[in-house]
Design a protein around this ligand. Structure first.
Ligand code: MG
Length: 252
């Protein structure tokens, strides 16, 4: 692996390193081996209800230690996008992550951050988001998923609400989170690599694999987590496929 053509590896987290409360066997050793060989490691997740610090704590609980800045979430990428573009956000996001934007000037907003805000996605707040965007504010979406599962229930995710604001205000959102090229770009900027020098490892053939390929990264599908038989055939382009992250060393 010392002669790997890759300089960095991006990991999806859920379904790749752990699934719910279960560690995926070999994950800590796979990450450690990359570090020992001098590769940069980043963890890219679309989660919109946890801060980077909470995810670092989860990873640590599974024996995977990280540095601040190695975990990149859709909210943290949204934050960096706002900062880099000098935008003042009005944040319609989940209460758990509102603090992630606390260092940004939020007076006289010229941007709307719209995420899975749960009960915050009410008529009053959506109208405020609409009016700001109609008046020229940039719409930044945290993920664009249609729905998600919470226990036995299916719940609306941020995507339908982002679409509603886009439709009403005749704007197009900047979406943070995989498979958005803006999101992969944010990750690449943190490792100072060309796309072809980075391997994305994920269990979601569209969000992780197709998204990475479209951004010029190499990709490796793991047959764990949300993987379904036949996923290899659902996406055009060349990518590796392994049973689990434990086999990663063999393909590098
Ligand atoms: Mg996953």
């Amino acid at each position: 692996m010392g002669t790997s053509r890759y300089k960095a590896v991006f990991f999806d987290i859920s379904g790749v390193l752990y699934q719910g409360s279960e560690l995926i066997a070999g994950a800590p050793a796979a990450v450690a081996r990359l570090r020992e060989n001098g590769l940069s490691v980043r963890f890219l997740t679309n989660t919109s209800r946890k801060t980077c610090e909470q995810i670092r704590s989860d990873l640590s609980g599974f024996g995977i230690e990280t540095e601040a800045g190695e975990v990149i979430t859709a909210p943290s990428a949204a934050h960096d996008y706002l900062r880099d573009h000098g935008l003042r956000p009005w944040c319609l996001v989940h209460p758990n992550i509102a603090g992630e934007f606390a260092d940004l000037d939020q007076d006289y907003p010229n941007a709307v951050v719209l995420g899975d805000a749960a009960d915050g996605l009410n008529y009053e707040n959506l109208n405020r988001a609409f009016r700001l965007c109609h008046g020229g504010a940039t719409l930044v979406g945290i993920g664009a998923n249609r729905f998600f599962r919470d226990g036995d229930s299916l719940l609306l995710d941020a995507g339908p609400f982002i679409r509603a604001i886009e439709y009403a205000a005749s704007v197009e959102a900047v979406i943070m989170g995989k498979p958005s090229p803006v999101f992969f770009r944010q990750g690449l900027d943190t490792v100072a690599c060309q796309p072809g020098e980075v391997l994305m490892v994920g269990d979601d053939v569209f969000g992780d694999i197709e998204g990475a390929l479209r951004s010029g990264l190499a990709a490796c599908l793991v047959r764990s987590g949300k993987y379904q038989a036949g996923d290899e055939q659902r996406v055009a382009g060349r990518f590796a496929c392994i049973e689990s992250v434990a086999e990663l060393g063999a393909i590098l």
